[in-house]
Design a binder for this molecule. Structure first.
Ligand SMILES: Cc1cc2nc3c(=O)[nH]c(=O)nc-3n(C[C@H](O)[C@H](O)[C@H](O)COP(=O)(O)O)c2cc1C
Length: 294
């Protein structure tokens, strides 16, 4: 089977999960390609693929706007599709993020068969510890092989969302029109910025340009945090959201957090997610750091 994974990722979590998912599919004997959903990457040709996977990070209980725009540009087809998402916490309300993608895909004739959800460290609001990030990755290494096997069998795993969660997600979808406005007010701290243009390269929207050696933020921001998270000098200031700024890659190395080290915030939910994902499973490969997804 030939599978195409189309991935939108601001700060690398969804890309890491998607890359590992593709590795596992290849290990099962399938062909798997990864195409990034970015402004500077052309629309992939989907004709030669049997199955699509659409990957995205949850943004305010919704799928990011560029993912919906990408789905709207897909040609009509009757292929099986699976959604793959990452989120900072394992809350059920994040399942609402599948509503719009499923609606768009179904309208175009696609057969949406499954939704796979992974918890990965927050890139906004607060920074998880590296041990927590590693426990999340360990859970993903246990869960992805099961999900990839289900996809390879053509199985189904769809999630239902009740009316309250639907409504809450619809309300905070205000993020879609608000972020381009707010993003225009992002600035760099001129004492810190070294003009390296890492933010320009990281932005999946092509929304940042260099003017006189200083980044300027345009009107197409979707709040993915690629600029602030990836700045090597922590120089990007994200306007009203600045107190929620998280800077610097997680290491995804070393020992994962033990149960008693799991953060207190939503502790019960995290433990439940970890135990369910890890239930009776060894992480893929004998060594956690062998997970190849980058
Ligand atoms: C603007 C924004 C909104 C977010 N909203 C949610 C959310 O509603 N629920 C959640 O669990 N995580 C939320 N997150 C966290 C991300 O979904 C999570 O860190 C994800 O793994 C990031 O993936 P990426 O590195 O591929 O961009 C949000 C992140 C951003 C930047």
């Amino acid at each position: 089977m030939r599978i195409l994974l189309c991935i939108f990722s601001g700060t690398g979590n969804t890309r890491k999960v998607g890359a590992f998912f593709a590795d596992v599919l290849r290990g099962l004997g399938h062909e798997a390609d990864v195409a990034l959903i970015r402004e500077d990457v052309p629309m992939p040709a989907i004709e030669g693929y049997d199955t699509l996977v659409i990957g995205y990070p949850v943004h305010a209980f919704n799928a990011p706007k560029p993912v919906l725009a990408f789905l709207k540009r897909l040609p009509k087809a009757q292929k099986p599709v699976y959604l793959l998402r990452t989120s900072g916490e394992p809350s059920k309300i994040n399942d609402a993020s599948g509503i719009s993608p499923k609606r768009i895909l179904k309208k175009k004739g696609y057969d949406v068969r499954g939704e796979f959800a992974y918890v990965m460290p927050y890139n906004i609001i607060f920074r998880h510890s590296d041990k927590m990030a590693m426990r999340m990755w360990k859970a993903a290494l246990c869960k992805i092989p099961k999900d990839a096997a289900l996809l390879a069998e053509g199985g189904t795993s769809l999630r239902k969302v009740g009316p309250l969660r639907r409504t809450a997600a619809a309300v905070v979808r205000i993020e879609h029109p608000a972020m381009p406005i707010l993003g225009r007010t992002f600035r760099v701290n001129r004492k810190k910025c070294v003009g390296c243009a890492a933010c320009v390269a990281a932005c999946p929207r092509g929304n940042i340009t260099m003017k006189n050696g200083i980044p300027k933020f345009g009107g197409h921001c979707v709040g993915c945090m690629a600029c602030a998270f990836g700045c090597p000098e922590d120089a990007v200031r994200i306007s009203l959201l600045n107190l929620w700024r998280v800077n610097g890659q997680y290491s995804f190395e070393g020992e994962p957090a033990a149960d008693e080290e799991v953060c207190r915030y939503c502790r019960k939910m995290y433990l439940n997610y970890f135990h369910t994902a890890e239930d009776g499973e060894q992480p893929f490969g004998s060594n956690l750091e062998k997970g190849k997804g980058k």
